[in-house]
Write a protein that binds this ligand. Structure first.
Ligand code: PHE
Length: 339
């Protein structure tokens, strides 16, 4: 019996010499020290011996077991050390190599200008309102005095979702929704995406961004409108910019106007950008039509309002001297990374 256990131990020592990986080691450990190993079997069989024999054999078996455990734990230490050294050698970190640059994304120019415009109006006490891109004909047209067959409808021809729902052609829809839900004083801007079934060319896109504004309160007049818009334009483009209001027509404002700004390129002398006029048309505006107020249950005898609207894309193009609107939507990094 003793000899058998000695041989077992010697065998284990011999075999452990050839082990170089953790997996191989594990296999041997189970074979020699596992539950089904010969050593465990001998320990189980001890009960068949007499009391005295049991004591002396047991002591011997435990000695062998202890030696066996020692040699196994020495071996695994060695294997791990060797593996670690190998790994360290293979994975040399060359700190002199240049690092990999993580390129940060940044805002699209439309977003840059939109943020800037919002800041200007927020500083003047406006708050931001948003509404759905798909809206009913009522909010997009009728509530704004644009009835069926009104010529202004074909000017803003749009995409119909079904018989009564459209992709909004302007964010005036948000003004109506706000007047229905809030009582004056109202002082909001409504930025957002709008849609018109225009063919795509250098100055038109079927999808573009717009910002409209609305102020409703007692004693609001045209001077407030002019003052607010002039302040906005000068903050945005600089104090040297001149503004000019021209009478115009919108079904939902009365009186209505368009605002022009002196040309950024020729400073008012006349060039190809302003088509020789020295001025560039920049936004539409006017005093909210009393019928529009009444439809939202705002007493037009007591309250007045002014409204304005402009294309954000156009502001971007003017600010950066971009001549083709398509560049803003093509996701061409050669263009976008310039901002
Ligand atoms: N809703 C108009 C448009 O999209 C712009 C506008 C808004 C004009 C408010 C006057 C007053 O063309």
């Amino acid at each position: 019996m003793k000899e058998k256990l000695h041989n077992l131990f010697n065998h284990a020592v011999e075999q452990l010499k050839n082990v170089s990986t953790v997996d191989e080691f594990e296999e041997l450990r189970i074979k020699y020290l596992g539950k089904k190993s010969e050593l465990s079997q001998v320990l189980k069989d001890l009960k068949n011996f007499s009391q005295e024999e049991r004591a002396s054999i047991g002591k011997f078996v435990n000695e062998i077991k202890g030696k066996m455990e020692n040699i196994f734990s020495e071996t695994i230490e060695n294997i791990k050390n060797v593996e670690m050294e190998k790994k360290l050698k293979e994975e040399v970190l060359d700190i002199t190599l240049p690092g990999k640059k993580i390129r940060l994304g940044h805002k699209n120019p439309i977003q840059i200008v939109l943020d800037e415009i919002q800041d200007i109006f927020l500083n003047m006490g406006f708050s931001i309102e948003e509404g759905p891109d798909i809206d009913t004909e009522y909010y997009n047209f009728e509530a704004l005095n644009i009835y069926k067959d009104h010529p202004a409808r074909s000017e803003q021809d749009t995409f119909y979702i079904d018989d009564t729902h459209v992709l909004r052609t302007h964010t005036s829809t948000v003004q109506i929704r706000t007047m229905e839900n809030k009582k004056p004083p109202i002082k909001i801007i409504s930025p957002g995406r709008v849609y018109r079934s225009d063919a795509l060319d250098a100055t038109h896109s079927p999808v573009f961004y717009q910002m409209e504004g609305l102020v409703v309160d007692k004693d609001i007049n045209m001077a407030h409108l002019k003052g607010t818009l002039e302040k906005f334009i000068k903050t945005m483009f600089g104090d040297n910019i001149k503004t000019k209001f021209r009478a115009h027509y919108f079904p939902f404002t009365e009186p209505s106007a368009e605002m022009d700004v002196s040309c950024f390129v020729c400073k008012g002398k006349g060039c190809s950008i302003c088509k020789g006029s020295g001025y560039i048309e920049i936004l539409g505006c006017g005093m909210v039509h009393p019928d529009v107020l009444e439809r939202c249950e705002i007493n037009s005898e007591e309250y007045r309002g002014f409204a304005f609207g402009f294309g954000i894309d156009r502001m971007v193009m003017l600010k950066y001297g971009i001549e083709d609107i398509r560049l803003l939507y093509e996701s061409d990094l050669r263009f976008l990374s310039q901002f």
